[in-house]
Design a protein around this ligand. Structure first.
Ligand code: NDP
Ligand code: 8X3
Length: 249
């Protein structure tokens, strides 16, 4: 046991679940959050009582506050916040997008992340803790259909650097991890449950795995206290860049 406690949002699936496993494996206690309580219970059954399932919708500020206020004594001193819960919705161009989907991405990836960070900051400062935010390559490189999802991740990247600036001298470390293609439920969610579209996207691409990103989270979380990774971008070897487009008359 490290005696350290992490909270991982979005631990019911993908990168969050793998991160919870990696942290517990390295001796951390983990508060694992998400909406799907059955999955969190399964994780608890797998990893034991060092993992605390905590069910809430990150967009529900009241529910987040109540859950954090009700944490058992043992889990109250949070050393690491992993802001992982997030999603993309839709792959079409902006002019055909659904405004409700855009708002859901902003509410989840931006507003909820900001609210939980704001709430946990005083404790993180007290404990000289760390924040690891899941950004994305979509926050740095535009692609067709990325629109508001990419906008939310650009926010996450810049917020990370701005927090670094404001937290100067506190000892709190803040990092953004910006992955490219990782095979998780991300594409299933993005396409409204289209398993075939998800399978097609990842087929033959050797995408990164949730475990690849979880190992990166763990690496950053366990660096010596004088080191801060500001931003770390990762891609599978099979993914790269494809240049600009020109519309001709
Ligand atoms: P998954 O869909 O597998 O996991 C997303 C997690 O977010 C789930 O645990 C889900 O939990 C949680 N979540 C989503 N909305 C809410 C909500 N309203 N309240 C609470 N929890 C919520 O995707 P990934 O693991 O791939 O995604 C994790 C993060 O990584 C996201 O921020 C994503 O943008 C980012 N990312 C992913 C990449 C990829 O290619 N997969 C690449 C770059 C970044 P539940 O539904 O149970 O509430
Ligand atoms: C997920 C990576 O390239 O699908 O953030 O936007 S991408």
């Amino acid at each position: 046991m490290t005696g350290k406690t992490a909270i991982v949002t979005g631990a019911t699936s993908g990168i969050g679940a793998a991160t919870a496993r990696a942290l517990v494996g390295a001796g951390w206690q983990v508060i694992a959050t998400g909406r799907r309580g059955d999955r969190l219970d399964a994780l608890r059954a797998e990893l034991g009582d060092v993992l605390l399932p905590t069910v809430f919708d990150v967009r529900d500020e009241g529910a987040v506050a109540s859950a954090l206020d009700a944490l058992p004594e043992r889990f109250r001193g949070i050393d690491l916040l992993v802001n992982n819960a997030g999603l993309a919705l839709g792959t079409g161009p902006a002019q055909h997008a659904d405004l409700a989907q855009w708002k859901t991405m902003i509410d989840t990836n931006v507003t909820a992340l900001v609210a939980i960070t704001h709430r946990l900051l005083p404790g993180l400062i007290e404990r000289k803790g760390a924040i690891i935010n899941l950004g994305s390559v979509a926050g740095s490189y535009p692609y067709p259909g990325g629109n508001v999802y990419g906008g939310t991740k650009a926010f996450v990247q810049q917020l990370t650097l701005m927090l670094r600036s404001d937290l100067h001298g506190t000892g709190v470390r803040v990092s953004a991890i910006d992955p490219g293609m990782v095979e998780t439920e991300f594409t299933l969610v993005r396409t409204g449950g289209n398993q075939a579209a998800s399978d097609t996207l990842y087929a033959g691409a050797e995408p990164m795995t949730a475990e690849d990103i979880a190992a990166t989270v763990l690496w950053i979380a366990t660096l010596p206290p004088h080191l801060n990774v500001n931003r770390l971008e990762l891609m599978p070897v099979s993914q790269s860049f494809a240049g600009f487009q020109v519309a001709r008359s």
